[in-house]
Design a protein around this ligand. Structure first.
Ligand code: MLT
Length: 256
């Protein structure tokens, strides 16, 4: 497993960020570079992405949760804040099912709690066909316009190119197994009421994959939640609008 670090390793509190599909821990660079005061920030590559090898056998979202748990035990973290964006949010739900007792707060960014609908599952099958016939570059062609908000696509070609490069750095097999994990993940909606730690729900106002309505539903179902809607950001809100994203996180961390 490969992971990236930000902030001082000796910090007493740790924030673990789980990345979106089909990216890698590198999407968290703006958060690693601006670690909140007193916090260590850890961002692993999930199985099959970046520098982390995948498992054998049938891929499931729980693989991510088990790997994260091995990492936190290895790092000696007793309790930590867990944050995930989109697929990283699905992985965070899986982790909470496995080891909620280790989580002192949760950040759910641009994600949703429901399982794939039948139509979404069909879309996953088409995507699996695209990876196997045309490779990861074709997935980047398809995904980049969906991952980024209209403002970023119009005004920030640097971010557009960066996201494309992060996607294209992944291998076809990892991406393909990632799609299967997304497709087969369970419905986490019933778990929301079981979250008893503070939760920050963040969403880009221009997010077309997991829109503001999804974020509102998640925040509404969690007992102690704060919702932050970021203007001029799409699905990859942390990369598109790092400053307001980091401000929302930093402010919330001071309160928990
Ligand atoms: C992601 O950003 O992780 C994916 O778009 C999530 C999904 O496709 O369900």
């Amino acid at each position: 497993m490969r992971w990236l670090e930000g902030g001082p390793v000796e910090a007493t509190r740790t924030l673990v960020w789980l990345h979106a599909f089909p990216l890698s821990a590198e999407m968290w660079q703006p958060q690693l570079d601006a670690a909140p005061e007193g916090w260590r920030v850890v961002a692993p590559d999930l199985a099959g992405f970046g520098g982390t090898v995948d498992h054998d056998g049938r891929p499931e979202i729980d693989d991510f949760a088990r790997d994260v748990d091995e990492l936190v035990l290895y790092l000696g973290l007793r309790r930590f804040v867990l944050g995930g964006l989109s697929m990283g949010g699905y992985a965070a739900f899986a982790y909470l099912r496995l080891h909620a007792e280790r989580v002192m707060g949760v950040i759910l960014a641009d994600t949703k709690s429901g399982a794939d609908t039948p139509v979404a599952r069909e879309g996953r099958q088409k995507m699996l066909d695209v990876v196997s016939t045309s490779g990861v570059a074709a997935i980047a062609d398809e995904m980049v316009p969906k991952l980024l908000g209209t403002t970023t696509q119009r005004d920030d070609q640097g971010v557009v190119l960066h996201v494309r490069n992060l996607i294209e750095a992944n291998g076809a097999e990892g991406v393909s197994r990632g799609i299967q994990r997304l497709r087969d993940r369970p419905d986490s909606t019933p778990d929301l009421a079981r979250i008893v730690v503070p939760a920050l729900v963040i969403v880009g106002e221009e997010d077309g994959i997991t829109p503001v309505t999804e974020a509102r539903a998640i925040a509404g179902a969690i007992r102690e939640s704060t919702l932050a809607v970021l203007p001029r950001a799409g699905h990859l809100a942390n990369l598109e609008r790092p400053e307001p994203f980091n401000t929302a996180v930093g402010k919330w961390l001071l309160e928990i």
